[in-house]
Design a protein around this ligand. Structure first.
Ligand code: HSE
Length: 420
């Protein structure tokens, strides 16, 4: 067993942006009593900042090493990450991961493995980089009902939208910059298609409401089709386009989730969240509304969250999942509708898509940027046809409002969604 006098021996699996960020932070803080004794990477030929002899090329060697007190998994591949993390938990080990896609798919099994074998898994770095939102929800708000938890959970898409709206960049170069700065996923469609923030919303749902959502059931719409015309349309109304991931309590107590571009006004704290920064609005029943903002991507901010988890594990901290005991029912898309803005450069394509969605296709406005309309759409239709929307290059944004203040006796936040 480790003690505060003997360095905690860490096995680090993955040495990409996050792994190196964590390692670098430790080099700058040698007095923490932490030692990265082994590092595993996949590719022996890739140039690295440390000598080759520092690396193992088989992560399973770290799993088999009883001298390691704790494992950190920060690799890219969700399937391999699950295999490694599940195996470590079956050994009753303490594990830190930053793999949001893996967590969103496997959280119920990972929680069960901890209960069965006594290990512990922490993953603050998986959601909103440096913002301590999981611990805030799991601990501080463990017993307080929440009306909504919403925010900007993806740094790369926010970076692209900021560059497009503030500096007039085109989509392609702005995305290339986000990649060059180490914010984007290896497959950037996970960021731009809003799959990454959807994973993060699914993880937060377990702590905010005690529900395990299947990510495939959550509607996510991205910004691959966004154009300067959309940015200008929003700006003309003193608004910005932001990709907002939200969990909302419906008036009947059920919980819903939605991840879409959204028009955000200056009355929302999300309006001023720019570049790779993330922001989370917590609307709590008794505490009122709170707002957390911080760097959501990048090696050092995410490495900082990994470090916080390592130190928490040394103190035997574990998540409580207190709301699992009385988890509400969920209503993800069926029976819900909301008002959306839809645009495409070509009017006929937009009409075809509206017909597919089974909404009126006759009230279109045309301008230099193509055709657009604003119309209520059943969420189920958007969910069913989201791949077709993506393929057609239609940009879709929710007109839902994101408000800072939520004073009672106003209707709950989710009244923005209409139950059909
Ligand atoms: N690709 C992610 C983002 C990294 O842009 O937010 C942090 O999870």
């Amino acid at each position: 067993m480790d003690s505060d006098k003997q360095p905690l021996r860490i096995g680090l699996i993955g040495f990409g942006c996050v792994g190196q960020g964590f390692y670098d932070i430790l080099q700058q803080q040698p007095g923490l009593g932490l030692a990265v004794t082994r590092i595993a990477v996949k590719n022996p030929d890739k140039p690295r900042t440390l000598p080759t002899e520092r690396f193992s090329f088989h992560a399973d060697e770290l799993l088999a090493d009883p001298e390691l007190d704790l494992l950190i998994e920060v690799i890219d591949d969700p399937a391999e990450a699950f295999r490694l993390v599940a195996a470590a938990l079956r050994q009753g080990r303490r594990v830190v991961t930053a793999n949001k896609a893996m967590l969103a798919r496997h959280l119920p099994e990972l929680v069960a493995l901890q209960q069965e074998f006594g290990g512990t898994l922490l993953y603050e770095a998986a959601v909103c980089g440096s913002i301590p939102v999981i611990r805030t929800l799991d601990g501080y708000f463990s017993h307080e009902p929440l009306r909504a938890v919403s925010g900007i959970f993806n740094g790369s898409s926010n970076y692209v939208l900021t560059r497009m709206s503030e500096e007039g960049s085109d989509y392609g170069p702005a995305l290339a910059e986000a990649q060059a700065r180490g914010f984007a996923e290896t497959d950037p469609s996970l960021d731009m298609g809003a799959f990454d923030p959807r994973s993060k919303a699914v993880i937060l749902a377990a702590h905010a409401y005690g529900v395990f959502l299947n990510p495939d059931d959550v509607l996510n719409l991205g910004i691959e089709g966004v154009s300067a015309a959309d940015i200008a349309y929003a700006a003309a109304q003193n608004q910005k386009i932001k990709v907002v991931a939200g969990l909302y309590r419906l008036p009947d107590g059920r919980v819903t989730a939605l991840v879409t571009p959204q028009f955000v006004g200056s009355d929302s704290p999300l309006y001023a969240v720019e570049h790779e920064f993330n922001g989370v609005v917590l609307e709590a029943e008794f505490a009122g509304t709170q707002f957390l903002r911080g760097r959501g991507a990048g090696g050092h901010p995410t490495g900082s969250a990994v470090l916080a988890d390592v130190l928490a594990l040394r103190r035997s901290f574990r998540y409580g999942y207190a709301k699992r005991a009385a988890a509400p029912a969920t209503q993800l898309t069926a029976g819900l509708a909301a008002t959306f803005y839809l645009r495409h450069p070509d009017e006929t394509t937009l009409q075809t898509v509206l017909q597919l969605l089974e909404v009126p296709a006759d009230a279109l406005t045309t301008d230099a940027g193509g055709a657009h309309t604003t119309i209520p759409v059943p969420l189920e239709q958007l969910h069913r046809h989201r791949d077709a929307l993506r393929t057609a290059g239609v940009f879709v944004a929710w007109l839902g409002e994101v408000r800072l203040a939520q004073p009672p006796p106003l209707a709950p936040a989710a009244a923005r969604l209409v139950t059909t």
